[in-house]
Write a protein that binds this ligand. Sequence first.
Ligand SMILES: C[S@@+](CC[C@H](N)C(=O)[O-])C[C@H]1O[C@@H](n2cnc3c(N)ncnc32)[C@H](O)[C@@H]1O
Length: 231
Amino acid sequence: MTNDVIQQQIEYYRARANEYDRWFYRIGRYDRGEELNRRWFDEVAILKSALHQIKPVEHILELACGTGIWTQELLQIGQQITAIDAASEVIEINRQKLQSPQVKYQQWDLFTWEPEQQYDLVFFSFWLSHVPPMLLNSFLQKVYRSVRIGGQIFIIDSRFEPTSTAKDHVLKNDGSIYKLRKLNDGQEFQIVKLFYKPDELKKELAIAQFKTEVKVTENYFIYARGKKVTT
Ligand SMILES: C[S@@+](CC[C@H](N)C(=O)[O-])C[C@H]1O[C@@H](n2cnc3c(N)ncnc32)[C@H](O)[C@@H]1O
């Protein structure tokens, strides 16, 4: 089941590559009207402001980089970015959008990826919620190994809020980690989507030995900033 869902998630994002940004920029099926859209972008501004409090660093690792929505922010913080994603279609959009020699892309399934070096900052957004619980600890341990001592992590993810998803998705609070996702052409995929509460996320990151501060925005987002303090 776990391997199957990992593959479905990759296929889902490959097929969704061209429509992914519509979610973040609240277009089409994701347009929730002026007031809710404003709320969304106000909360995105809080995330960006928290991220940009990080002082400039040399080398950033971005995991599950997607189409570049956050890679472009990271370019303002790091001299070099290594951006990893499993979906070649998504990487291509990111590459075309940013056209930056400072960003080097790698195509990896993060569940088979092993860090080859250590970075000053490791960042991932809207990714941890797709990591199946039984693989969470081993994934976070790899993240830990990929951060240098004194280096940082910054994580962004979704809070449970039904208006964050498309108008034709009903987000049920039914305790299931599996969600059905539909594309514009009607194709359906089963994916994992977890909604961490701050204390749960803090606990998981502490198990992986990160010292973190976890915050939420009013409706839509959870974010964590952490440090690797020991070997
Ligand atoms: C919700 S998107 C987030 C993208 C980006 N971080 C952002 O915030 O815009 C999840 C990303 O994870 C990638 N992904 C899915 N399964 C993966 C896997 N097993 N290994 C690496 N990347 C994967 C998808 O291709 C997609 O780009």
